[in-house]
Design a protein. Structure first.
Lengths: 441, 147
C-alpha cells in the first residue's frame, strides 16, 4: 500500500490496519503567488458558488451542474471541496507536510509555475511528490518555455500520470472539470488499493486458518499419544509403589523416563509446527530432508496407529532456499491425505532427489485406491473436498499455493501407473530472481 | 461385593494396540484379584474371542482408538452378537477434547462404562466392580423373572 493510502486512515501510525473503506478525499491545494488568481480558482471550486452554472469563458459544453447526485461513497457531493490556498512554495511544502502528519493528504493541487520565489511550480511539485507520491498536480501557466516532455522528464517517468496542465487564461469549466476528474481518479486509486489490501488480508487469513486446521489435526493425534504416554507413566509408577520391590521400581523408573523423553520430544515437535503458523514466512537455507523428517516425526504415531510403512526409495540431502514451516505444512497435508487413502494401512513411498542442477523433485506415493480420474483435475481447487464436513477443501489448494506461488515450484497430483496416488513436488533450489523458468511467480 | 464374585475364575478381554498400556491394565486387574486374561491388539483380533462359543467372557475393557477396527466398531459388533450382547464393556478413551462426543456415541451403543486415559488403578477398580456388580444384578433379576 502507498504511503498516502496509509495516511488515509487516522490510525495509520499503528501497525493494525483499518478495516473500514477510505473516506472520499476532497482536499485541494491551490498555490499561486498572485492572490487574485488563487482566489479566482478557490471561488470556482468553493461550495457557495457550486450551484452557479460555471460556464463563462469556454465554448465547450457545460459540465453537469455541480450539485448533481453522484455515486460516491458518502452523502457529500464530491464537489464540496476542502480548499487550502497558499501563495509561496514554502507554505505549500508546509501544508503538504501537515496534511500527511494529520493523515489527511491532498488529492491534488493547482500550481502556478512562475512564482517569483527561489523555486518554480515544477520544482515545487517535484519536492511535494517526493513527500506524497500520490499527489496529483495541475500546472496553471502562461509560461510556455518548457515543453510537456521536458516537464515529464524533470518530474520523472514514474510520475507521468500524476500531473496535467492548463494554460492561462483558463476557463471556469477547465478548472472545475479537472478538479472533478482528478479527485475522482485519486479516490478510485485509493479504493483499488484498499480492495487489494482487503483481498491480501483475506488470503493471509485463509492460509492461517488452514495452518490452524493442520495444527488441530496433529493436535488430536498428539493428545492421544500423550494419553498413552501418561498412562505408561502413571501406570508404572503406581504399580511400582504397589509391588514395592527394588528391581521392579528400577524397571518402572526406566520405563517412566523413556515415556517422559518421548513426551518431551513429541511436545517439542508439536510446538514447532504450531509456531510455524505464526512466525517466519521468509526463505532461508534449508536442508530438504529436515522439514520432511519433521513432518514424518509428527505423523509417526498416526502412521503406527494406521499401520503405514514408510519406504524411502531415494533420500538425498539437498540445500535449498525455502520456508521450512510452509514445507512442513505441505508434507503434513500430503501425509494426512495418504493416511486417509489407506485406512487399513499400507505403504508410503518417498523419494527425494535432484531433477536437474537447480530443481529438487520429491515424490510421495501411497498404495491406496488412487484418485478417480473425473475428480483428479479438481483436487487442488480451493473448497473442493470429498470428505464432506470432515474436510475444508483447502488442504491441497494451500499446498499448491505454497509450492507454486511461495516457492516458484510445481505441485502435481496424479495416479501412479501401478496404483495409488502420486504427489510430485518440484522446488527450485534458489529463490528471488533466480526462479529461472518459474519466473512468473 | 467383590468378595461375592469369584474373581479368580473370571475372564477379562483387554484390547489396546499399545502393549505397554495393555500390560498396565492387566497388572492392575491382577492386583484386584483377577487371574485370567485375553489380550488383543485391535477390534478385529478381539472379536475372534467374542465369537468363540466355548470361550467364557466376563468383561471387555477396550481402547477406542485402534488401527483396523476401532473400539466403537468392536462395541457395536459385540452388542449385535446373538450370545454376547450382554457382555459388560468398558471403553477407554484418551482424547479429552472429543471425549464428550465419543462418550455419547458409545452410550448410544450401550457401553457399560468408560474411563479416560491416563487413569489411576483405583478408578479402574471402581469402574470394573461397578460394571460387574450391575451385570450380576441384571442376571439375578432376569433369573428371578424366569423362575
Amino acid at each position: 500500500m502507498s504511503e498516502a493510502a496509509k495516511n488515509l486512515k487516522p490510525d495509520s501510525q499503528q501497525t493494525v490496519k483499518s478495516k473500514t473503506a477510505p473516506v472520499f478525499n476532497r482536499r485541494i491545494l491551490i498555490v499561486d503567488d498572485e492572490p487574485a488568481i488563487a482566489e479566482g480558482i478557490r471561488a470556482l471550486l468553493s461550495p457557495e458558488v457550486s450551484n452557479v452554472v460555471p460556464f463563462r469563458r469556454s465554448s465547450r459544453s457545460a459540465p453537469a451542474p455541480a450539485s448533481a447526485p453522484t455515486a460516491m461513497p458518502n452523502s457529500k457531493s464530491p464537489t464540496d471541496y476542502e480548499l487550502t490556498v497558499v501563495h509561496d512554495p514554502q507554505a505549500a511544502l508546509d501544508a503538504v507536510k501537515e496534511s500527511l502528519a494529520e493523515g489527511r493528504p491532498f488529492a491534488m493541487g493547482f500550481f502556478d509555475v512562475l512564482m517569483g520565489a527561489d523555486i518554480d511550480g515544477i520544482e515545487l511539485v517535484k519536492q511535494l511528490q517526493s513527500l506524497d507520491s500520490n499527489l496529483f498536480a495541475v500546472f496553471v501557466t502562461a509560461y510556455q518555455d518548457r515543453s510537456v516532455d521536458s516537464i515529464n522528464e524533470y518530474l520523472g517517468e514514474d510520475k507521468s500520470d500524476r500531473w496535467d496542465y492548463i494554460n492561462k487564461p483558463f476557463t471556469d469549466g477547465e478548472i472545475i472539470q479537472k478538479a472533478r476528474n482528478i479527485t475522482s481518479l485519486w479516490n478510485l486509486q485509493r479504493m483499488k488499493e484498499w480492495h487489494e489490501e482487503q483481498l491480501a488480508d483475506a488470503q493471509r487469513m485463509l492460509l492461517q486458518n488452514e495452518r490452524a486446521n493442520t495444527v488441530a489435526a496433529v493436535g488430536r493425534s498428539v493428545a492421544h499419544e500423550f494419553g498413552n504416554l501418561l498412562m505408561q507413566i502413571v501406570g508404572h509408577a503406581e504399580l511400582a509403589v504397589l509391588k514395592n520391590e527394588p528391581q521392579r521400581m528400577k524397571e518402572a523408573l526406566e520405563t517412566i523416563l523413556k515415556a517422559s523423553d518421548t513426551a518431551s520430544s513429541v511436545l517439542g515437535r508439536f510446538k514447532k509446527l504450531a509456531q510455524g503458523g505464526v512466525t517466519g514466512s521468509e526463505h532461508k537455507l534449508v536442508q530438504i530432508l529436515q522439514p520432511l523428517e519433521e513432518a514424518l516425526d509428527l505423523m509417526g504415531y498416526q502412521f503406527k496407529k494406521c499401520r503405514i510403512q514408510v519406504q524411502k526409495e531415494k533420500w538425498e540431502q539437498i540445500l535449498l532456499e525455502a520456508n521450512r514451516h510452509s514445507l512442513v505444512q505441505v508434507f503434513m497435508n500430503v501425509f494426512i491425505n495418504a493416511t486417509h487413502a489407506m485406512p487399513q494401512g499400507g505403504q508410503l513411498d518417498l523419494s527425494v532427489g535432484k531433477l536437474d542442477q537447480d530443481t529438487i523433485e520429491i515424490s510421495i506415493r501411497d498404495h491406496g485406491p488412487g484418485i478417480p480420474t473425473e475428480i483428479l483435475p479438481r483436487v487442488t481447487e480451493a473448497l473442493f473436498t470429498t470428505k464432506g464436513s470432515q474436510g475444508s477443501g483447502l488442504g491441497l489448494a494451500i499446498c499448491k499455493e505454497i509450492i507454486e506461488i511461495e516457492h516458484g515450484g510445481e505441485f502435481v497430483i496424479e495416479n501412479h501407473p501401478q496404483g495409488g496416488a502420486l504427489v510430485r513436488l518440484r522446488l527450485p533450489t534458489r529463490q528471488e530472481g533466480n526462479h529461472g523458468k518459474h519466473d512468473e511467480a | 461385593m467383590e468378595n461375592m464374585m469369584k474373581l479368580e475364575r473370571m475372564i477379562i478381554l483387554v484390547v489396546d494396540d499399545d502393549d505397554v498400556v495393555r500390560k498396565i491394565i492387566i497388572e492392575h486387574l491382577m492386583s484386584f484379584g483377577f487371574k485370567h486374561f485375553l489380550e488383543a491388539n485391535d477390534g478385529t483380533e478381539a472379536f475372534r474371542f467374542v465369537v468363540d462359543q466355548i470361550q467364557r467372557l466376563d468383561l471387555i475393557i477396550s481402547d477406542w482408538e485402534m488401527p483396523r477396527t476401532d473400539g466403537l466398531t468392536f462395541l457395536r459388533a459385540v452388542r449385535a452378537h446373538k450370545h454376547r450382547a450382554d457382555t459388560p464393556f468398558i471403553m477407554v478413551t484418551s482424547q479429552q477434547s472429543q471425549e464428550r462426543q465419543k462418550i455419547s456415541s458409545a452410550k448410544q451403543h450401550h457401553v457399560d462404562s468408560y474411563i479416560v486415559k491416563p487413569f489411576r488403578g483405583e478408578t479402574l477398580r471402581e469402574k470394573v466392580f461397578q460394571v460387574l456388580f450391575a451385570a450380576e444384578e441384571r442376571r439375578k433379576k432376569s433369573g428371578n423373572e424366569a423362575s
